[in-house]
Design a protein around this ligand. Structure first.
Ligand SMILES: Nc1ncnc2c1ncn2[C@@H]1O[C@H](COP(=O)(O)OP(=O)(O)O)[C@@H](O)[C@H]1O
Ligand SMILES: [Mg+2]
Length: 389
């Protein structure tokens, strides 16, 4: 190793800067797919087609029908810190898109061979740019329907140390499949298709009604999950919690069916895990884990999503309130499922609440309740699923 005294300070070449940044966001093929699909979702896509070869190491291709990128901005999209999603610190605090750091595309392009073809909805023609080993080419006209395709080949071809860390093709593919499940659970209105070497592994058409959403959940978590699931939709303190939670009798030996989304973003967060555990504490045997697919929604400024490079963790501005809301809402919903309650009394009430709660949501997702402490006291709505399929 060179002794420190012999080192000179220098500014790193741009390609190396990108590669260092890539270390944070691009761990494996699944992280490439995650970034590309999030871009498609941010672009308003309603159909997303994902193709991989060799567990994604050879090829990751994501095609969408989103808003597209203008020809004169295609190269810019590959530049570091270039984003269309925020322009000021205020935008950052209120950000609703999944991306905003402007890092994914340049990072991926620095550790793989990338082609991006895009056509804005209003444009007559599509254009392509390519990035190979730091050299950018294009934009050149290229046939493509409205929307965007990003193709990433030979991941880590120029970073042998990273390439060595890739697991077997099967393992990498399994990671991608799990990721696509999470993404598909986060957006029922969007169609997702995943194929590997032209074989379709998952095909989820847009799920526009209750039954279709149940079917999508069942396709991923199994019929047993949905047969043992209760639905919940509750709003208070400007927070909304909705989704599926399983009866304690369906508890699992592993925490493998726990999906939590905050404003459409998959989240693994200690605060949330703790609130859920607390809600189930009296009804679960020791060592058993609840299963759920839950969505929490709140006004974006109430949470700082810029706390983790892959955005898996967030910082809540009112952690105590959020914890309390989750815990009490779920605990209440669980209490309503108890067999000790008179079924005749409990179920119709729950049903009535459910339909009331539902009808209020589509118009205004974030009404603020006047008294934040009132969340705990209000009625929780849970239906008496099993959901019919
Ligand atoms: N699939 C896509 N459809 C439309 N625009 C896209 C797509 N992918 C990337 N872009 C554009 O490229 C920019 C850079 O993308 P990215 O590097 O992922 O940064 P970020 O998502 O944080 O803005 C985005 O802000 C967006 O304007
Ligand atoms: Mg992005």
């Amino acid at each position: 190793m060179t002794p420190l005294s012999a080192m000179t300070i220098r500014v790193l070449p741009e390609q190396l800067v990108h590669q260092i940044a890539a270390g944070e966001v691009v761990e494996r093929p699944a992280s490439v797919i995650k970034e590309l699909v999030e871009n498609s979702l941010d672009a308003g896509a309603l159909a997303i087609d994902i193709e991989v070869e060799k567990g994604g190491a050879e090829l990751c291709r994501v095609r969408d029908d989103g808003m597209g990128i203008a020809a004169d901005e295609l190269l810019l999209a590959l530049a570091r810190h270039a984003t269309s999603k925020i322009g000021s610190i205020d935008d950052l605090e209120a950000v609703r898109t999944l991306g905003f750091r402007g890092e994914a595309l340049p990072s991926i392009a620095s550790v793989a061979r990338m082609r991006m073809i895009s056509r804005p909805r209003a444009a007559e023609t599509a254009h392509m740019v390519a990035a190979v080993d730091g050299a950018l080419t294009g934009p050149a006209p290229h046939p493509h329907p409205p929307g965007t395709t990003v193709e990433v080949r030979d991941l880590f071809f120029n970073v042998p140390a990273r390439r060595k860390f890739l697991r077997s093709e099967r393992t990498e593919l399994a990671q991608i499949e799990r990721l696509v499940e999470r993404l598909a659970l986060s957006r029922f209105d969007v169609g997702f298709r995943l194929s590997s070497s032209r074989k379709v592994l998952a095909d989820h058409p847009p799920a526009r009604d209750e039954r279709a959403r149940d079917a999508r959940v069942a396709a991923m978590l199994g019929d047993d999950f949905i047969a043992n699931a209760m639905k919940l939709d509750y709003e208070g303190s400007g927070l909304r919690l909705h989704g599926w939670f399983c009866l304690p009798t369906y508890a699992r030996s592993q925490a493998d069916q726990q999906y939590f989304f905050l404003n459409g973003r998959p989240l693994r967060d200690k605060l949330i895990a703790s609130a859920v555990r607390l809600a189930y504490r009296d009804v679960l045997f020791h060592g058993r884990h609840p299963a759920y697919v839950l969505f929490l929604e709140m006004d974006p400024p109430r949470v700082d999503v810029n706390a983790h490079p892959q955005k898996l963790e967030v910082r809540f501005r009112e952690p105590g309130l959020i914890h309390d809301f989750l815990f009490r809402t779920l605990e209440r919903a669980l209490a309503e499922t108890r067999p000790t309650q008179s079924a005749a009394a409990a179920i119709p009430a729950a049903r009535a609440d459910w339909s009331l709660a539902r009808s209020g949501f589509p118009t205004n997702p974030y009404p603020l309740s006047p008294d934040p402490s009132s969340a705990a006291g209000q009625q929780v709505s849970a239906t008496d699923l099993p959901c019919s399929r």
